[in-house]
Design a protein around this ligand. Sequence first.
Ligand code: MG
Ligand code: ZN
Length: 225
Amino acid sequence: MSEPEVVTVPEEEILDVEVEKDVLEANRKLAEEVRKALDAHGVKAIDVMGSIGSGKTTIIEELVKRLKTKYSIAVISGDVATSIDAKRILQHGVEAIQVNTGKECHLDANLVKKALGRLDLSKLDLLFIENVGNLICPAEFPLGAHKRVVVVSVTEGPYMVVKHPMIFAEADVVVINKVDLAQAMGVDVDKLAEDCLRVNPRAKVMKTIAREGVGVDELAKALEL
Ligand code: MG
Ligand code: ZN
């Protein structure tokens, strides 16, 4: 097979790099403030990232069902435009706040700080933050959470990890979801898991069928919940 020509440019030639540096630095400071506020109240926060349709909300719902008697839980749901996810969470009797980002394809620490202002942190133990469905920029925008989870579904194909190495490198836990569909999709789950560990040897890689609750107890353990 012949190799295609590959075009890259050095970082300083990327057009928005200076703007981006300032934004990332501002975000980093706000993320520290968020972390301090959470720690001051003993709230553990988990940032859940992944594409649209990977199963982020379903996984959060399944964790909430299992953990809501043990912890006081709230969920911040990030989305470009809808309130679908927060409505789903509210059905489980825990607090949910929807954050709509408008044009932005990721949550940032400022949005999380604003959402935290609507919650009584002194009454909370555990906070799930569902990021906007995207695997590129959430990696660059830490939110002050204690753990970062990336959800990837086998329905997204076999190359999700190798094509998004940055976000998997940032993850504490990777969830490979919908593993019951792997054969139909022609995706090798073990290969996906190997790809994860290659970019991030310290990641815990979990396999789930979230809609059936399969693997969710193990995931809660991996999150030390
Ligand atoms: Mg969702
Ligand atoms: Zn974005």
